[in-house]
Design a protein around this ligand. Structure first.
Ligand code: FMN
Length: 158
């Protein structure tokens, strides 16, 4: 089985979650950073494709939107996993997940994961720090990444 994890991560949390998923796989896993690397072309060679993204200001990164749009047909022929990192919880997090990924893919996927998120002030620019301080009323790092959800997600592919 050939595994691919594609992700987009602005401050490193989704990337961290992608690496944690890898730790559960004995097989070789290829990791591709959609935010910083050129778009992938050869998806045919993979059996399992996992896609991870984060929410910033209610939206996912455009590189992932483009990847999903361009590759939807081939993704529907693969074993797929979808995961989201965000700070909202409960229904709000589910709504963001449903908005992030097309319904056909959500219904086709083997695992859909909500992993929580982190607010890392050292990684934010000045404007982001101002927004988070105003909206959340905090000014220090918060880590709320759910390891149990990551494990439950990864084990569905073993
Ligand atoms: C400027 C900013 C805006 C954010 N907006 C949202 C949001 O609209 N909804 C949400 O659930 N989380 C929001 N978050 C939290 C991020 O989803 C969280 O920090 C996540 O872990 C980021 O993952 P990344 O580092 O992989 O991009 C926001 C974070 C920042 C810094």
């Amino acid at each position: 089985m050939k595994y691919l994890i594609v992700f987009s991560s602005l401050h490193g949390t989704t990337e961290k979650a992608a690496h944690h998923i890898c730790e559960y796989f004995k097989n070789d896993v290829e990791l591709v950073d959609l935010y910083n690397e050129a778009p992938l072309r050869e998806l045919e060679i993979y059996d399992v494709i996992i896609i991870g993204v984060s929410i910033h200001l209610s939206s996912i990164q455009r590189q992932v939107k483009q990847f999903l749009k361009t590759n939807l047909d081939i993704l529907l022929t693969k074993k797929v996993g979808l995961f989201l990192c965000c700070m909202n919880e409960g229904e709000l997090a589910k709504e963001q997940f449903n908005k992030a990924f097309p319904s056909e893919l959500r219904e086709h996927s083997i695992a859909n994961g909500l992993f929580g998120g982190e607010l890392l002030f050292s990684q934010m620019n000045f404007l982001e720090q101002q927004i988070i301080q105003k909206v959340k009323g905090i000014s220090s790092d918060i880590t709320n990444l759910n390891e149990n959800s990551i494990k439950a997600f990864a084990t569905k592919f073993l």
